[in-house]
Design a binder for this molecule. Structure first.
Ligand SMILES: Cc1cc2nc3c(=O)[nH]c(=O)nc-3n(C[C@H](O)[C@H](O)[C@H](O)COP(=O)(O)OP(=O)(O)OC[C@H]3O[C@@H](n4cnc5c(N)ncnc54)[C@H](O)[C@@H]3O)c2cc1C
Length: 527
């Protein structure tokens, strides 16, 4: 490669998503010369805050919103000033039983209250006891497995030995999760609440023989050894802000508004990165190129043909709302301030999830779209301006499942999907959500929806896939050769590494692939 030494870096990072920033911070702290090139005017990718509604002072976590997988080790290593706040309530799931509105409340800080809720819903303690045993097992696995995510990949056999529980290994790593759920739980609603963690951002079903649901479930229950999903105080932009500050303070150069258009490499020596910005086109040369963009984007940048297999496809509808006040619930036994503080499951019974999947698979918007709702401002009001706080505004996030990109070829489908999702919410409310929405400075209701095609257009996620591609089990597929493969960040080109969600232990706001790519580079360049 014809290197222009003035623009030569130890590492050129393609994309300033939170993972690119983590990689940049680690490498710059180790004294390497690092350049980050970000296509958008701001860094953060899917981990950003934005004022979504004109005249309404609320900085919403526009895409991702809760943090579980960001290791405390990364926070410590990089000296990040972050407040990740535990939610009082884990979840609330409304349902109608015997014609009466009721629900299941899982109160993280009060097991007695949770037990009572299980008993009131199911008539006995059996489901509560099964729940405790099941999550006791996932908790034990989480504590053993999570620390391995920031180490070189274990082999399958090594991980199995570490898990040290053959029945749990079989249930989570070998057999479709639906079998375990059906064996363990009898109640349809309880089964559904467990299954939802297997379906976030993953278009699949309980009995998928490819075990996509198991992989997704695993990443949703192991975060920091607890599986808790915490509220980033200040919103997701605060996470990205802290990372960008750490990277800059360590000496990394971060350039926004710079879209990488090509990567040229013969695998040896330096690689060339061509990018364009408002002034024209430039080339940067790196001893290593770290790609934070999705693997499908990398294929295009290298000028290669996509590999076999389906292209990535996201399957969610993200809806952001600002409310004048929280809505009242049909289930009057629960305070809305409790119900919306945790994950509020809608139409997520086990059979409802199956029906929604079948309908979406057949190309139809689910008749009863399943979704999860959560109110950030019940835990952290710092994302609101003083006037919004004074008026008692609340924010609401709705993450809809089983909304694959293929449903949105017709632009009118977005309105239908939004209307159907809000109708399911309304079905459990004592008043329509529309009556609670704040309005922007033009009098329009504060509600915005993002389909997979929107995510592709706005933040470059191929097919709108929130994890860049389907998640993988956190062990090595074969015998890794070289540092990049051992860290799960290799591509077909020795001097080009993945440092984003598409790496083996990628996906979610974790910084793990950024950390792992940096470790691989440090090993390679030191060796
Ligand atoms: C709607 C939604 C909700 C989610 N909710 C959660 C959640 O609550 N919790 C959670 O843990 N995870 C959640 N996720 C997933 C999580 O946000 C992502 O997996 C994670 O942010 C990926 O981070 P990343 O840095 O690897 O990639 P990205 O955030 O995708 O960043 C990649 C960056 O590369 C840039 N880029 C791409 N191509 C180029 C190019 N050619 N040149 C220069 N720059 C380029 C992009 O602009 C982007 O900034 C959610 C995702 C979405 C979309």
């Amino acid at each position: 490669m014809n290197a222009n030494s003035s623009a030569r870096h130890d590492a050129v990072i393609v994309g300033g998503g939170h993972n690119g920033l983590v990689a940049a911070a680690y490498l710059a702290r180790a004294g390497l010369r690092v350049l980050v090139l970000e296509r958008l005017p701001q860094v953060g990718g899917a981990a950003v805050s934005a004022q979504a509604f004109a005249g309404v002072d609320a900085r919403l976590s526009r895409y991702s919103y809760l943090v579980s997988l960001l290791p405390r080790k990364v926070v410590r290593d990089l000296g990040l000033r972050l407040d990740l706040r535990r939610r009082r309530i884990s979840s609330y799931t409304p349902v109608v039983r015997d014609g009466k509105p009721t629900g299941l409340l899982v109160d993280a800080s009060d097991p007695g209250r949770t037990r009572e809720s299980f008993r009131a819903l199911t008539g006995a303690d059996r489901e509560w006891e099964a729940w405790q045993r099941f999550y006791g097992t996932t908790g034990r696995i989480a504590r053993r497995l999570f620390p391995t995510l920031t180490e070189p990949l274990p082999s399958r056999a090594e991980l199995r030995r570490l898990v040290a529980d053959d029945a749990a290994w079989e249930a989570l790593f070998e057999r479709p999760l639906g079998e375990t759920i059906e064996r363990t739980f009898a109640d349809d609603l309880v089964r559904g609440v467990v299954l939802t963690d297997a379906l976030i951002g993953t278009f699949t079903h309980a009995h998928d023989p490819a075990l996509r649901q198991n992989r997704c479930f695993l990443y949703h229950v192991i975060g920091n050894g607890t599986g808790d999903w915490d509220v980033p105080v200040g919103g997701m932009g605060a996470v990205t802000g802290a990372l960008a500050e750490a990277a800059r303070a360590a000496g990394a150069e971060i350039r926004t508004g710079c879209e990488v258009t090509a990567i040229a490499t013969d695998g040896n020596g330096d690689a060339e990165v061509t990018y364009r910005h408002h002034d024209g086109e430039e080339t940067a040369v790196g001893r290593r190129v770290l790609v934070n963009a999705a693997p499908a984007v990398l294929t295009g940048l290298l000028g290669e043909e996509p590999g076999p297999g389906p292209a990535p496809e996201g399957a969610q509808l993200k809806v952001n709302m600002v409310l004048r006040r929280l809505p009242r619930l049909r289930d009057t036994a629960v305070d809305p301030r409790d119900a919306f503080a945790g994950t509020f499951h809608i139409a997520e019974g086990y059979r409802q999830l199956e029906t929604a999947y079948t309908e979406a698979e057949a190309g139809r918007i689910p008749s009863a779209p399943p979704s999860e709702i959560y109110c950030h401002t019940l835990t952290d009001t710092s994302i609101l301006g003083p006037e919004a706080v004074r008026q008692g505004f609340q924010t609401l996030t709705l993450f809809g499942l089983h909304m694959p990109a293929r449903l949105f070829a017709d632009p009118a489908a977005k309105e239908r999907a939004l209307a159907a999702s809000l109708a399911q919410l309304d079905a459990v409310l004592a008043e329509p959500i529309a009556d609670c929405l704040a309005t922007d400075d033009a009098g329009r209701p504060c509600v915005e929806a993002k389909t997979p095609p929107d995510l592709e257009r706005e933040i470059g996620l191929p097919g709108g896939h929130i994890f860049h591609r389907d998640l993988e089990f956190p062990f090595a597929a074969g015998s890794p050769d070289g540092a990049a493969a051992r860290w799960g960040v290799a591509t077909a080109h020795p001097n080009v590494l993945l440092c984003g969600a598409g790496a083996v232990r990628g996906g979610g706001v974790s910084g793990i692939p950024g950390h792992n790519a940096a470790q691989a580079v440090l090993e390679e360049l030191a060796g």
